[in-house]
Design a protein around this ligand. Structure first.
Ligand SMILES: Cc1ncc(COP(=O)(O)O)c(C=O)c1O
Length: 385
């Protein structure tokens, strides 16, 4: 963990120490503390950096009702990918007309289900998928998802989805031949991209394609959707969202006015809205290093370590009160009996004893959603903080 980032986090989080200790005493641990005002703050930051963009929150990142309602109240819309996500928004009475369906591969019945719920914009990435829209309601419009590989992302989504730009014109032809409305292009440069340059390349190529299909097929692309992927700072500092905004401004320039611009942030909006409080359950010495066993782990709230190699910061609660504590490298392990359940190795921590509280900020995105019940361990409860 970057020492400068650690000391900034201690300063920023110190104000919460007493409240978190109280919440842990009241509810027990492990415990996730959700602060919806932080979602609203992130949304405002994004709206400022990406002026004029429609924000469609990727529900998959954290589908908590309070998070979804906060986003709707602050003017945001949604990116849904499954029947379950559509139904969740429906149950909560959230605005479906502000939703887009971004799963490039889906069953025809799922298209009908989302359309009946009010979704009109869908995504395609291959000809077989386009055929599923033939003969369906004429108010449906399609975005063609482009692939731009990105080795700097934690999860390179273009390795699974998207048509390569060279074949995009052919796919647009398939859309037109199927009698379906072509809205424009979308892409996703990959989740938690440590460089924002991939947005430049992707946007430049997309603008080139917009001009190309206008010239060759005579069809305008009205919509450009730059997806999600915006990085957040975990143990290291990552580029600020303003850096993505600057690239977008630079590449689009005056052409901005030609398009309806969309984005699909997941991680960026919710990463910092949830904090995990866990306790040391046991301590041992193994191969010359101290191991602390916590009551949450990789099969629980730290699931993003396993799924995307994303490593959240970990601090002792005591560190927020006493910033001068000496740190020693330890191993932090989860509560299951699986040897893979190790949260961090050679990780600097102050001295800890059984029952001491450990804090992980930045635990909102892809944590509870991808957690399992392995070893019979119940999901970590979420309380409002
Ligand atoms: C289509 C689509 N849009 C948006 C997102 C959100 O990405 P991120 O959380 O990196 O912003 C994802 C994540 O998997 C996705 O698949």
């Amino acid at each position: 963990m970057n020492p400068r980032r650690r000391s900034r986090l201690r300063e920023d989080l110190r104000v919460n120490a007493a409240r978190w200790a109280q919440l842990a005493a009241t509810h027990g641990t492990p415990l996730l503390v959700l602060e919806p005002h932080l979602v609203a703050r992130r949304l405002r930051q994004l709206q400022t950096a990406l002026t004029g963009f429609e924000v469609h929150y990727a529900v998959k990142a954290l589908p908590h009702p309070v998070v979804l309602s906060t986003i709707a109240i602050c003017g945001g819309g949604f990116d849904v990918a499954t029947r379950g996500e559509v139904d969740l928004l429906g149950r909560l009475g959230l605005p479906m007309h502000r939703s887009i369906h971004t799963n490039p591969i889906k069953k025809p019945a799922d298209i009908d289900h989302a359309h009946a719920a009010g979704v009109r914009t869908f995504v395609v990435e291959n000809a077989a998928e386009v055929q599923k829209f033939r003969g369906r309601p004429s108010d449906i419009e399609l975005l063609v998802r482009l692939a731009f590989r990105n080795p700097t992302a934690k999860s390179d989504l273009s390795s699974k989805f998207g048509v390569v730009p060279a074949e995009a014109e052919l796919l647009v032809k398939h859309v037109l031949a199927a009698g379906v409305r072509f809205a424009g292009f979308s892409f996703h440069v990959g989740s938690q991209s440590s460089s924002v340059e991939p947005y430049r390349r992707a946007l430049q190529h997309t603008l080139g394609l917009v001009d190309h299909v206008q010239d060759t097929l005579g069809v305008p692309a009205r919509v450009i959707d730059i997806g999600g992927g915006f990085p957040v700072s975990y143990r290291e500092d990552e580029p600020p969202i303003g850096a993505v905004g600057a690239i977008v401004d630079e590449v689009l320039g005056p052409r901005r006015e030609e398009f309806t611009l969309l984005c699909e942030p997941g991680r960026f909006l919710v990463a910092d809205c949830m904090t995990l409080l866990s306790s040391v359950v046991g301590t041992a010495e193994r191969d010359g290093q101290v191991w602390h066993y916590l009551d949450d782990g990789l099969y629980g709230s730290y699931s993003n370590v396993m799924t995307e190699d994303v490593h959240p910061p970990i601090l002792a609660l005591e560190e927020l009160r006493r910033t001068d504590a000496a740190l020693d490298a330890v191993t932090l392990a989860g509560p299951t009996c699986d040897s893979a359940d190790v949260i961090a190795r050679n990780y600097p921590m102050p001295a800890l004893g059984i029952g001491d509280l450990v804090v992980s900020p930045m635990m909102g995105a892809y944590t509870t959603v991808t957690a399992s019940r392995f070893n019979g361990i119940e999901p970590t409860p979420i309380v409002m903080g």
